[in-house]
Design a protein around this ligand. Structure first.
Ligand code: IPE
Ligand code: IPE
Ligand code: MG
Length: 244
């Protein structure tokens, strides 16, 4: 599909927030909200793909989410396995390439194996790249990039923005054009920090399990109405900064 870059962002990043409150409103356990959240994600991938978005990056579990009760954490880890077995085939058939970004060292072997399978199965797909940020933090990403630079013996004078970008977890993607957060909070919560330097920000009260095509279109309409200048005064002449 032909995408007009002024109307449709190439890369959309989403903080999928509000699952717990969605469940609470229905007198259900938080896990039920997370489960519905997976279904909302699968619908969103399809809707983004239909509209010509090339990269969708979603925040599924933050570096800070380990502070939650043990029961919720194990529920979320279990949900990764359920989601992969339920949806991997369907996403693969739709041309979705899946990437997992975040620190994998802290999760169990089963979850790691499910992610490896999801990445392996979809590696050759080209329609849309879905990056799932799990045990991810924007600060973690900058720190791990710096560590890699040091480990690879990069000299101080060779460190610049492009070089550091190439070491971040999302180095294969251009910087996000549109950053969406559902759930009503107006904060970044340590999602992509380096990469959203010039993203357009969009916040909605919609709770993530309710995020549907109409909600996505409202966000895209807001994006289409923004004037991106990237520091220039002549919007038309402006070019994006950074990214792959
Ligand atoms: C977002 O929903 C999903 C994760 C953080 C895993 P929440 O679980 O934060 O839901 P609320 O914000 O408590 O409603
Ligand atoms: C951000 O949501 C993380 C994810 C959506 C995965 P949180 O619910 O954890 O963020 P805070 O605690 O409200 O900042
Ligand atoms: Mg939340």
């Amino acid at each position: 599909m032909q995408r007009d870059p002024k109307l449709v962002p190439r890369h959309v990043a989403i903080v999928m927030d509000g699952n717990g409150r969605w469940a609470k409103k229905r007198f259900m356990p938080r896990f039920f909200g997370h489960k519905q959240g997976v279904d909302a994600l699968v619908r969103c991938v399809q809707a983004c793909s239909d509209r010509g978005v090339e990269y969708l990056t979603v925040f599924a579990f933050s570096s800070e989410n380990w502070k939650r009760p043990e029961e919720e954490i194990s529920g979320l880890l279990g949900l990764v396995l359920v989601a992969v077995s339920k949806y991997l085939r369907k996403l693969a058939e739709k041309g979705v390439r899946i990437r997992i970004v975040g620190d994998r060292s802290a999760v169990n072997d089963k979850v790691r194996a499910a992610w490896d399978e999801a990445e392996r199965t979809t590696a050759h797909n080209t329609r849309i790249t879905l990056s799932v940020a799990f045990n991810y933090g924007g600060r973690w990403d900058v720190v791990q990039a710096c560590r890699r630079a040091v480990r690879e013996g990069v000299a101080a004078e060779h460190i610049d923005e492009a070089m550091l970008s190439s070491l971040t977890a999302l180095s294969y993607a251009p910087d996000p054009d549109l950053f969406i957060r559902t759930g009503g909070e107006v904060r970044i919560s340590n999602f992509l920090l380096w990469q959203i330097a010039y993203a357009e920000l969009y916040f909605t009260d919609c709770l993530w399990p309710d995020f549907d095509e109409a909600q996505l279109d409202a966000a895209l309409a807001a994006f289409a109405g923004r004037e991106r200048r990237f520091g220039d005064v002549r919007a038309a002449a402006a070019q994006p900064v950074g990214g792959g």
